[in-house]
Ligand binder design. Structure first.
Ligand code: CMP
Length: 143
């Protein structure tokens, strides 16, 4: 079954949006199989955002993502990588459709509330960066 990595960024945690965001994915029908509130180290932030290291905003991005706790999650279900991207909306919240997480709750590209893996390769990489194998709960839903 497909899995993706989602992370409520420090702005989302501070604005009390964790519950709202978890609720959207639960109501959609996806299964939460891993979750933790954590402060990201400088090293993990640089690894996670490695593909952006040449961008002018890289320093700002690393500073922001390490500035306070994030809520890291692994979600599972059919087509969850693409569906989560759709539910998050465009990277720039001002361009994100109303009804999406960024479209409903954000106005700044740097503080865009949530991160989600953009492909099966990045999902695998990001899940392994943030979670140990024993932190992923592969349970069956019985109700
Ligand atoms: P995310 O999906 O976490 O992946 C890379 C992040 O870089 C992106 O969300 C934005 O928050 C951030 N980002 C993109 N463009 C800019 C920018 N121009 N200035 C600051 N941050 C940016």
């Amino acid at each position: 079954m497909e899995k993706t990595f989602l992370m409520v960024k420090p702005d989302g945690v501070q604005r009390n949006l964790v519950g709202e965001i978890v609720s959207r994915f639960e109501k959609k029908g996806y299964k939460l199989v891993g979750a933790k509130l954590m402060v990201i180290s400088q090293e993990l932030a640089e690894q996670h955002y490695d593909e952006h290291k040449e961008r002018p905003f890289f320093g700002e991005l690393v500073d922001f993502i390490t500035s306070g706790p994030v809520f890291a999650m692994v979600w599972e279900g059919d087509n969850v990588i693409a569906a989560a991207r759709k539910m998050m909306g465009a990277t720039n919240p001002l361009e994100a459709d109303i009804g999406t997480i960024r479209g409903d709750f954000g106005i700044q590209v740097g503080m865009n509330i949530i991160h989600g893996s953009d492909s099966p390769e990045s999902a695998e990489r990001e899940i392994n960066l943030f979670f140990n194998e024993n932190e992923i709960n592969d349970y069956e839903k019985t109700i």
